[in-house]
Design a protein around this ligand. Structure first.
Ligand code: NAP
Length: 476
């Protein structure tokens, strides 16, 4: 019987290198690695040795005999990935070790302490005697691993154990409560180190540009996430949970996270890392229904299949999708299988997945916040993507709380160039354009996409560029 990867896959590919028969894909060198929603085990090739279970940092790999009923869909998802034969080597090609001309001399400052920073530090510390000084603005390290992962995603949060091992390395010095650009300048960092890596993430939200988006009661999902995770900048934030309905605009994984937290029985959150102030507020919440609204169709939903499985597996929350939207999915689409025949259980809270609607205005009325939506139809764009066009028809939904969940956005970094359209620092494989000895990794390098583990290969690319420059004498 094979092993199976389940929804808390972090995609860092540790399992890939542990597997003796190369049956876990995509591997980091394969073209679909950066677009895959998770990694998958080939049930035919798996020799059931369990090496991947030990390697997985988030306990996402299970023996198929120990899957919960709600996880059995992952048997199919893992097997489906191998329907088309994949050419593959006997073993996954291992990333060659870094070769440094004078190993003892490398000293690197890393700004930030989230997953991108941790994987970058891990990579630098593979160089014998290299030293890392990691700077974090907040009193605690962890970035989005601590303040972004939903508290009920316990297995994903367990990745922090791996990060604790990295920060415990005596060659890494963690400096908290220090902001680069305010307390220390970029030039000071460069004077004290051979190189600086910025791993500062995408620390704000993409704004929704419609009239009324700045009204009290309208907030962003990123703020709500930071609040329930106890981020020190957001402990005083307030959210109106006193009305029966909340609206979430956008349907990525963050939208599903906030919809789930708003509808989960607070007693199921009680034993998690949720901030006490958020648990207290959620215990008093009157929310019965969360409407998650996508501007395109069900087939273009931004959430991933593993997260949809998690959403539809909740015993006390019903997920509702209209038959019209369901009919738009091909029978072979795993989402059709997951969303078909969902139970409607009296007394349960509801998450309604709505599609083909763009918000056009938000107004405060006596009944609450009224969001006007324009109905859309899909159009095929010249570049092959699916876009929308308004049908001219509008309608409104009223709610007590409106959360915009339309993506994160990077902020400019002092003394570095900034691409305002992308919200990233312009770079070539991590080398910051026009700024010597300065590198970026993670979301500030490539934009806010991917999973925690995606940052590992991103950091490897950046540190490889740094080491190549060091070896070429460019960092002196
Ligand atoms: P996202 O996946 O990029 O989704 C953004 C959503 O906002 C999409 O539905 C998008 O629609 C919509 N949108 C963008 N602009 C809009 C506008 N002007 N009006 C209406 N809708 C708009 O962003 P995210 O949910 O913040 O997630 C960020 C990254 O973190 C993703 O890679 C995600 O997978 C990852 N993440 C992963 C997990 C997990 O693995 N559990 C949890 C949280 C986040 P279109 O698709 O039409 O553009």
């Amino acid at each position: 019987m094979p092993h199976v990867i389940t929804q808390s896959c972090c995609s860092d590919a540790s399992c890939v290198y542990a597997c003796p028969v190369n049956c876990i894909h995509p591997t980091p060198d394969e073209p679909d690695f950066h677009t895959a929603e998770m990694l998958y085990i080939d049930p035919v090739e798996c020799v059931d040795c369990g090496a991947c279970v030990t390697a997985c940092p988030v306990d996402a790999i299970k023996h198929d005999g120990s899957l919960e009923p709600t996880e059995r869909v992952f048997l199919e998802l893992n097997a489906d990935f191998y329907k088309e034969p994949r050419p593959r080597a006997l073993l996954a090609p291992v990333v060659p070790p870094l070769q440094v001309r004078a190993p003892g001399a490398v000293s690197v400052a890393i700004v930030g302490s989230g997953p991108a920073a941790m994987y970058a530090a891990d990579e630098v510390l593979t160089i014998p005697a290299a030293r890392v000084r990691m700077y974090e603005r907040l009193p605690q390290p962890g970035g989005l691993a601590r303040f972004g992962v939903a508290p009920d995603h316990r297995r994903t949060r367990a990745v922090s154990r791996q990060f604790d091992t990295i920060t415990a390395d005596p060659r890494l010095e963690l400096v908290t409560g220090v902001e680069i650009g305010t307390d220390i300048t970029h030039q000071q960092l460069l004077r004290e180190h051979d190189a600086v890596i910025y791993a500062v993430g995408a620390s704000t939200d993409r704004p929704l540009e419609v009239p009324g988006a700045d009204l009290p009661g309208v907030s962003s999902a990123t703020r709500f996430v930071a609040w329930y995770n106890g981020h020190p900048d957001f402990t005083d934030a307030t959210f109106d949970l006193s009305q029966p309905r909340a609206i979430v605009i956008g349907n990525g994984n963050v939208a599903l996270d906030v919809a789930r937290i708003l509808t989960t029985d607070p007693e199921r959150l009680a034993g998690t890392d949720i901030a006490p102030h958020a648990l207290k507020a959620l215990r008093q919440s009157k929310i019965e229904e969360v409407v998650v609204v996508g501007r395109r169709g069900l087939a273009q939903s931004a959430f991933t299949v593993p997260e949809l499985v998690g959403l539809t597996s909740m015993p006390d929350v019903d997920v509702v999708v209209s038959t019209e939207h369901l009919a738009s999915l091909p029978e072979t689409d795993p989402r059709a299988h997951i969303l078909r025949d969902l139970p409607r259980r009296p007394g349960n809270r509801r998450i309604v997945l709505e599609y083909l609607q763009s918000p056009t205005a938000i107004a405060r009325t006596a009944a609450g916040l009224e969001v006007e939506f324009a109905r859309n139809e899909l159009v095929a764009a010249a570049d092959g993507t699916t876009k929308v066009k308004s049908t001219g028809e509008t309608h409104s939904i009223t709610a007590g709380l409106v959360l915009t969940s339309i993506g994160y956005r990077g902020r400019p970094v002092a003394d570095l160039p900034f691409d305002d359209a992308l919200g990233t620092v312009p770079n070539d494989q991590g080398r910051v354009d026009g700024v010597a000895a300065t590198y970026v990794t993670g979301w500030i390098k490539r934009g806010p996409t991917g999973f925690i583990g995606t940052n590992k290969s991103c950091a490897q690319e950046t540190v490889r560029a740094l080491v190549a420059d060091y070896n070429a004498g460019l960092l002196a």
